[in-house]
Ligand binder design. Sequence first.
Ligand code: SF4
Length: 273
Amino acid sequence: MSQSAPPANVPTVVVALKWHVGDTPLPLELPVPAAPVEPPAVLPALRRLVDHVVAHSVNELEGTGGTVSCKEGCAACCRQLISISDIEAHAIAETIGRMPEWRRAQLMERFTAAERWLTAIKPADDIIEALNGAERRDFAIAYFRYGVACPFLEDERCSIYLERPLVCREYLVHTPAERCSRVGESDIGVVPTSHPSKALFRMSSIDDKRTETRVPLSLLPYWLARHPRTFKRAGGGDWMMRFVRSMEQADLDEEEAWRKARTALSPSDEAVT
Ligand code: SF4
């Protein structure tokens, strides 16, 4: 089954989006369920959006003589700290639920091993807090050094490739692949995509609060056991508009963070006089 469209028997509406990568508008028409649904139901449309944005960015890169270094079988990035949204966490739980028993058992063994490794470094709640706080980047670098592979990684390939998280879809590098195993020590050039995945972190709660929810993929069963599925329902078009608003808010937050960082680096007027 294609993961890029709602199932054939679901009535849909088409949402026309003009997404921007830098100054370039990328018009896109996406079918989404017409009836009220929970937000995971619009993930197929969001995956299509990200795949479209990434294809555009790769074309731009190649137009300037660059190339993407990522190749099948190279999975250093699958040992990074992958944060997903609450929406993707529950969607992946559904994906696991559709797997045969033996496969679920195999995955649970890997999740248990990953949790054992990680909680030897820090209690699980502290890891989740670190992911949702200002020290996220430092913790991500420390995490990578432990080399804990994503439980979905098999033979250096993603075993849920069609349904992999947005952040995994949009992460491509154009610097030599060897650098990817030295996160924090070497420059890694990531293909610029405007990172639509960041909009998912607050999409489910954009109308109630502006805080983000980031779930460490390696601790998915731990997080799910403490966060039952309680999504509201809304039309697919409404969810897409919330995604756009979440993206705008995430961009504003980034600008504000940059502004603060620049202010902290510049001498203040008081110091100059
Ligand atoms: S979900 Fe797939 S692509 Fe993403 S980190 Fe895991 S194995 Fe890698």
